[in-house]
Design a protein around this ligand. Structure first.
Ligand code: TXA
Ligand code: MG
Length: 328
């Protein structure tokens, strides 16, 4: 375990982007902003760097990583694109969509990164700093969310620092990210399957496809989960989370949504509103930061008001459900 490293935190500029690329070349671990959440980058073709990355996050090796590349041409060198995948890539890249596709025969991404699967998850981020780092490095970069495994994903450099200081080489600070929840993951198999709701709403994808996305089988009997990272308890704060709260019990903190008050709110130990005007994009951008903040305030429970399910609400409710799930 690489605890005890000096982790530099530097505000993004041209020199820092060049430094990030040098660290990646040398097998280093570099956190940087993407439009969804901060990612922890490593050279996707370097098994040693990837082993360090799994250790730094405390991530189980059966959970594969997303490879980030600069454009569709680079993506085509590592994965096979069918007509559906091309359509989605052309409509939504760069942006908060990850595609799971069959690997190409000469895919340069290390087997360790894909956990031995013959598929690979690929994403082309739209964030300027992520794009600059990818361009300066010139190859595929694996970039899972830059948090300890099982924790809430980071939406600021400070979140990354609180999870990973001493375990990684560099954090490129580009300010808070604009979207706030992870990318939507679509598997392009016989059918297009929604593997993880995320920063690109399902409706946008279904409009481009002209059909509904399929649901993954609830329990894959192949022994190989379609989205191995989608464990029930994930994105978890330490504090207990109670969903769909219609009232606040004494000693609870409240994570509110929308303009209406709930009964008992005066007894709440603290209150944060994801979006007082009921805007789901604003709520997504605030979600992980507010969960971290409330988690740090020592309430016994975080009560969460209901959040509508449309647009980014599907991803918000997915993450809240996982935050509330029983853990071992
Ligand atoms: O927005 C995002 O996607 C962020 C930013 C940093 O890019 N990254 C991210 O990565 O959320 P991570 O590692 O936290 O989540 C990736 C998910 C995991 O649930 C993993 O199991 C799944 O993608 N995944 C990766 N490769 C896969 C594959 N070949 N088949 C199915 N699921 C895969
Ligand atoms: Mg993650």
């Amino acid at each position: 375990m690489n605890v005890g490293l000096t982790t530099q935190v530097l505000a993004a500029n041209e020199a820092v982007v060049a430094l990030a690329a040098r660290w990646l070349v040398e097998g280093g671990l570099v956190a940087f902003p993407t439009e969804t959440v901060y990612g922890l980058g490593a050279d996707a073709t370097n098994p040693k760097a990837i082993a360090r990355l799994y250790a730094a996050k405390g991530r189980p090796a059966f959970n594969p990583l997303i490879a980030t590349v600069g454009d569709l041409a680079a993506a085509k060198r590592i994965a096979r694109f069918d007509a559906t995948a091309i359509k989605l890539a052309e409509a939504f890249w760069p942006g908060p969509l990850t595609l799971v596709l069959a690997k190409t025969g000469d895919c340069a991404v290390a087997d360790l990164a894909t956990a031995g699967l013959d598929t690979i998850a690929i994403r082309v981020p739209s964030h300027g700093i992520a794009r600059d780092i990818l361009r300066a490095f010139g190859g595929p970069v694996v970039a899972p969310s830059a948090n300890l495994s099982g924790h809430v994903s980071p939406t600021t450099a400070a979140h990354v620092q609180s999870d990973l200081a001493g375990r990684i080489d560099l954090i490129v600070d580009g300010g808070p990210v604009p979207v706030g929840v992870e990318s939507t993951i679509v598997g392009c198999f016989d059918d297009a399957v929604l593997l993880r709701p995320g920063g690109l709403p399902r409706g946008d994808i279904e409009r481009v496809l002209g059909r509904k996305l399929a649901q993954p089988p609830a329990d894959s009997d192949s022994g190989q989960p379609l989205a191995p990272g989608m464990l029930a308890s994930h994105y978890a704060p330490r504090t207990r989370v109670r969903l769909n709260a219609g009232s606040v019990e004494p000693g609870e903190a409240l994570l509110a949504f929308g303009p209406l008050a709930v009964s008992g709110v005066d007894a709440a130990t603290s209150v944060m509103n994801l979006s007082a005007r009921g805007d789901l994009d604003e709520a997504a951008a605030n979600l992980f930061g507010y969960l971290r903040a409330l988690d740090a305030r020592g309430a016994h429970t975080i009560a969460v008001m209901p959040v509508p399910h449309h647009g980014l609400g599907e991803a918000i409710n997915d993450r809240l459900r996982r935050a509330a799930a029983e853990r071992d």
